[in-house]
Design a protein around this ligand. Structure first.
Ligand code: SAH
Ligand code: SF4
Ligand code: F3S
Length: 459
């Protein structure tokens, strides 16, 4: 089978969260094994994959408009004598399954996020036997056992360590699209991280829907915590920085908080969604934490690592949210003070408990609240960035900038930094003096003549 695929091209468009980005990287590796190489040009692709997201209505609907465009591409290719196999993967695939085939006749294969390692076989069946295939199983065998060694060459890379969710927040589709919570064993993660470091990864972001609930087995079969996992990964040579996302307030244990003080490679950044500042709404959301708990966790984190940059997710317009509830959300944002945040209007999702709750908030009101909230968050983000002007920060240079001679990197606080630097420094951590800041990025100058410096000293 592999011979027939030599020279074939794969195009993947990725929607949604970082977990989907990770899956897409792995999909390229799986398909690489049967001779597919990546293309950025959809019209050159023998296989087109949409790796989809179901979290909000808008995200899910995007898929169907994209399929409309893909149909035109496929028809044009047909006229030129080429076949195209069209695949819907990811969370819309899991949620809508066979329905996609009837709504979008152009689709050949529908495959859920736990089964994409089987795609090479399905492509073969679709092409040879003209079958349309749907696989939305949560298979007993784990996809991770079937994925090839990592070959992705990226300076900053994601690594999924935990998947799925058992928390069932009443607004959320994730427990249905990704299944129950599962933590990968420590050794499996460590060997993947070593392969990535060998291929050039300098910064690794550990992923999970509830990454801090991680409890994978260690070599002795004992459950290891996320902090223990990070400690182990910090020993890997070549790996300079470690991050993790997304965390749940209830799983923010002391050992993880202390890890931020004790492990230099662990970056001072925490994404900790609170969703609503009203205890009444948090209860209706089934978040199982209240505001006091959240403030307490943040306080302990700030004691351990005073410079920690904080980020969060917030939903406005959840069913039953009054002006007073919304004001409490604004108040919590003022109390905590975020470096950045993601905020959304509530979107009713089929199959979730909240979709049938009384008191659905009119769209216009929710949008007005979102605007007010985002204005405050923008102010905080700008102030946070302004706050580092004059500081010398270790910047991991990740890519070329738009201007000649410019490189772009990230600060420990995940801020984008533009700096004039020789391209040989790409992939290095250099010390940069921050001279200017906008809401979205910083401008820096290489501090003195230092250039390449001792990385261990800077992380
Ligand atoms: N596991 C993470 C988040 C997963 S989804 C957590 O527990 O925080 C990412 C974000 O999308 C959520 O934090 C939430 O803010 C938002 N989100 C999820 N479902 C949503 C919905 N139905 N409407 C609007 N926003 C939603
Ligand atoms: Fe969704 Fe809640 Fe699970 Fe996060 S914790 S993935 S918001 S159900
Ligand atoms: Fe979207 Fe699935 Fe991620 S629904 S947010 S792609 S887990």
């Amino acid at each position: 089978m592999s011979d027939t695929k030599k020279g074939k091209k794969l195009f993947v468009k990725t929607y949604g969260c970082q977990m989907n980005e990770y899956d897409s990287d792995r999909l390229f590796e799986v398909m690489g094994e049967i001779g597919f190489s990546a293309t950025d040009d959809m019209s050159k692709a023998d296989v087109i994959v949409l790796n989809t997201c179901h979290i909000r209505e808008k995200a899910a609907e995007k898929v169907y408009s994209e399929l409309g465009r893909i149909k035109l591409v496929r028809n044009k290719r047909l006229q030129e004598g080429f076949d195209t196999t069209i695949v819907v993967a990811g969370c819309v695939a899991q949620a809508e399954g066979r329905e996609i085939l009837s709504r979008a006749p152009v689709v050949n294969i529908v495959i859920g996020p736990q089964s994409f390692h089987r795609l090479p076989d399905y492509i073969f069946s679709a092409e040879q036997h003209k079958q349309r295939i749907v696989d939305t199983d949560f298979p007993v065998e784990l996809k991770f056992d079937h994925l090839p060694e990592r070959t992705t060459k990226k300076l900053t890379t994601f690594l999924t360590v935990q998947e799925g969710c058992d928390k069932f927040c009443t607004f959320c589709v994730v427990p249905y699209t990704r299944g129950g919570e599962y933590s990968r064993p420590v050794d499996e993660i460590a060997s993947e991280a070593r392969a990535l470091a060998k291929a050039g990864t300098r910064e690794l972001t550990l992923l999970g829907q509830n990454v801090n609930a991680y409890h994978g087995a260690d070599a002795q079969g004992q459950a290891a915590s996320l902090a223990q996992l990070i400690e182990k990964l910090a020993d890997i040579e070549g790996l300079q920085r470690i991050r993790y996302t997304t965390s749940h307030p209830n799983d923010m244990t002391d050992d993880l908080i202390n890890a931020h003080a004790d492990i230099p490679k662990l970056m001072p950044y925490l994404h900790l969604p609170f969703q609503s500042g009203s205890n009444k709404i948090l209860k209706a959301m089934n978040r199982t934490h209240d505001i006091d708990k959240y403030i307490d966790v943040i306080g302990r984190m700030r004691t351990a690592r005073p410079d920690i940059a904080l980020s969060t997710d917030i939903i406005v317009g959840f069913p039953g949210e009054t002006d007073q509830d919304f004001e409490e959300t604004m108040q919590l944002v003022r109390t905590i003070n975020y470096a950045q945040a993601y905020s959304f209007t509530y979107s009713a999702r089929p199959g979730t408990t909240a979709a049938n709750m009384d008191g659905q908030v009119p769209k216009e009101l929710a949008s007005a609240r979102l605007q007010e909230l985002q204005a405050l968050l923008k102010e905080q983000q700008f102030a946070f960035n302004q706050g580092v002007i004059g500081q010398k920060l270790p910047i991991l240079l990740e890519k070329y900038g738009r201007m000649d001679g410019q490189l772009v990197g990230r600060s420990p606080y995940l801020q984008l930094v533009h700096v004039m630097a020789d391209k040989s420094l790409l992939g290095e951590i250099i010390e940069v003096e921050i001279v200017d800041a906008t809401r979205n990025s910083l401008t820096g100058q290489m501090a003195g003549q230092m250039g390449k410096v001792d990385r261990e000293a800077l992380v």
